[in-house]
Design a protein around this ligand. Structure first.
Ligand code: CA
Length: 240
């Protein structure tokens, strides 16, 4: 795995060098700049995973840099400050830093905070990708949260049982699912239903899919075993 770049904005050369040493020792790729304009100039090219930002900088100060970065980036920003009275403002919505440390701080503590910030932002990213519970399989879109399904942009009027049936088949297009396996997937409890009960659900699901995919039978019956999904092409042509 390549080292993730971290932008260090600090005007005290010794402190900047110490922070960079610690970050490098912990597997990051630090890049130090000594003032605000340089931070903004480097940011766009470097695309750092996190920013360490000294509040008290010559020229453009840390607050202005933070505000400018926040205009179009959610990069985690750790503010380093000796100005305890400014912490509320720095962490507020107006400035939007993610965390802060007061000077004097230990470089070890800075590295621990950077790691925590990265973990948090990566966790947020992962949950944003899965939050609506939507999955796309070929031209199908399945929304786990609402049990709704679409073929391309056309909604499929499925019952919850039909939704679960389609979801199960769509997890492995082309694989044959035994009736008993499909029953397990569509009923949460162990109902005393015959394997044959699945046939009527399949019949209904097939009819609803044919309404949006005329001329194509998406669900193939495998005699004596069960069913499999035959994915149509995205444009609705039958699979070859
Ligand atoms: Ca400073």
């Amino acid at each position: 795995m390549t080292a993730r770049p971290v932008l260090v904005v600090e005007d005290e050369p010794k402190l900047a060098a110490l922070l960079c040493d610690y970050l490098r020792a912990h597997g990051y790729a630090p890049h130090a700049v000594a003032d605000g304009p340089a931070a903004l100039a480097v940011f766009a090219d470097l695309r750092p995973a996190a920013v360490l930002l000294d509040l008290n900088l010559p020229g453009l100060d840390g607050m202005e840099v933070c505000r400018a970065l926040r205009r179009d980036s959610n990069v985690p920003i750790l503010m380093l400050t000796a100005r305890v009275d400014e912490i509320d403002r720095v962490m507020g919505l107006e400035i939007g830093a993610d965390d802060y440390l007061c000077k004097p701080y230990s470089p070890r503590e800075v590295v621990a905070r950077v790691r925590a910030l990265l973990r948090r932002s990566e966790g947020a990213l992962a949950s944003a990708h899965s939050a609506p519970g939507c999955s796309r399989v070929g031209g199908f879109m399945l929304d786990e949260g609402s049990l709704r399904a679409w073929w391309r942009d056309i909604p499929l009027p499925l019952t919850p049982v039909e939704f679960r049936l389609l979801r199960t088949l769509a997890q492995h297009p082309g694989r044959v699912f035994a009736r008993a396996r499909l029953l397990d997937a569509i009923y949460a409890d162990f109902r005393d239903v015959s394997d044959r009960a699945i046939d009527s659900h399949v019949k209904n699901l097939r009819r609803k899919l044919q309404a949006v995919l005329p001329g194509h039978d998406c669900i193939a019956a495998v005699y004596g075993v069960g069913y499999r999904l035959e994915m149509p092409h995205e444009d609705g042509r039958p699979a070859e």
